[in-house]
Design a protein around this ligand. Sequence first.
Ligand code: HAM
Length: 420
Amino acid sequence: MSPDTIKAPRGTYDVLPGQSVARAALEARARAILEGAGYERIETPAFEHTDLFARGVGASTDIVQKEMYTLTDGSGRSLTLRPEGTAPVCRAYLEHGMHKRPAPVKLWYLSSFFRYERAQAGRYRQFWQIGAEALGSDDPAVDAESIVLLCTLLAELGVGDVRLRLASLGDADSRSEYRERLQDYLQTHSDRLAPEVRDRIGANPLRAFDSQHEATRAVMADAPRLLDCLSAPDAEHFAAVRELLDAAEVRYEIDSTLVRGLDYYTRTVFELTSDALGAQSGVGGGGRYDRLVEVLGGPQTPAMGWAAGIERILIASGAADQQAPAAAVDLFVAFTEPHLRARAFALVQLARSAGLAAQMELAGRALKRQLGHADRLKARYVAILDDPQSVLKDMQSGRQEDVASDAIVHAVLRGLRDMV
Ligand code: HAM
């Protein structure tokens, strides 16, 4: 390859032939599980007005501050490649009047997302998520059902060693009260905090729990916990979610330090990690976002959802390394002379319209190498077109017979039928 050959951008990857089968199987499983629970597929555009994410995800989050691919289009509008799917789904929900439908409105998606992150195994700049959002109800059973569906999906896809961590962030009131308590605490210990944590005490004190900085972690070990400051209705809601998860025999750990990287969460938050992954152990996560639709200009609409990264699911389940078998070929059409190409072409079309998987010689090979190619493709039958008579060879038994060209498709169909 010459040195100026263009490669794919860092943090992106190609889905190569053979790899798409595992992804298709994953999609089929997700569809069966989610649609079985009443979720309907939705797809939103790859880019949105930048404001949607600035308002929806939160101006002080890493995603909005550092990770968005934002561009100005030909008319001077600021557009952003979607870094996540919840804000776009809420935008579509409002724009299409879905808030008038009976609650909860359940939507799922499988789409690509874009974040300018440090690329490494399991972390990409274009990645894919399966997501599920249920809008319009604050019933704790919506939370529990949503979490159980993701657990079921991961279990059925063979993602091993999964840990479910669960917490509640309460509503805006519990949080602002707690925020002040936490800010006071952080100010008192600010000399021991990492500079970036100290800089964010005002804007986003909760992110201090996320820090890997050793002294900060020591400070945070004794920090006040939101879970201990929940209002009575929030505490009741969380208890009801836990009770339902217990009834479904879902194992979880309460983790009062759980911090999600998006600002829209209220009440329930959760994350699923798998030890089968390395440093990027988060397979999926989500929670309630009871204020997001309102923040985007809609009516008060409680909602709950999650997203899981499909690359991480594939890695954790071992499906990323599986090579799919090549597609079956019922009939390969070879020909002895170039002037028979048109006849071969017509025969392939006829075979395909009869439902056969058919291919023909397309690279100008001599007959011997055409047969070698048919062998590599593991073709079940090979037709060798000749003038005037053609030959049909059964590649399994090695038997061959003379056939008129217009009888080849029938002969293959008959042969395949007899086999079953
Ligand atoms: P998130 O935690 O940012 O949540 O992403 C969900 C999942 O997407 C992660 O657990 C991970 O598996 C995958 N993921 C995230 N970033 C990357 C990346 N750079 N490369 C590969 N995989 C990645 C959300 O996006 C929320 N919208 C989830 C949600 C839905 N909350 C409520 N509804």
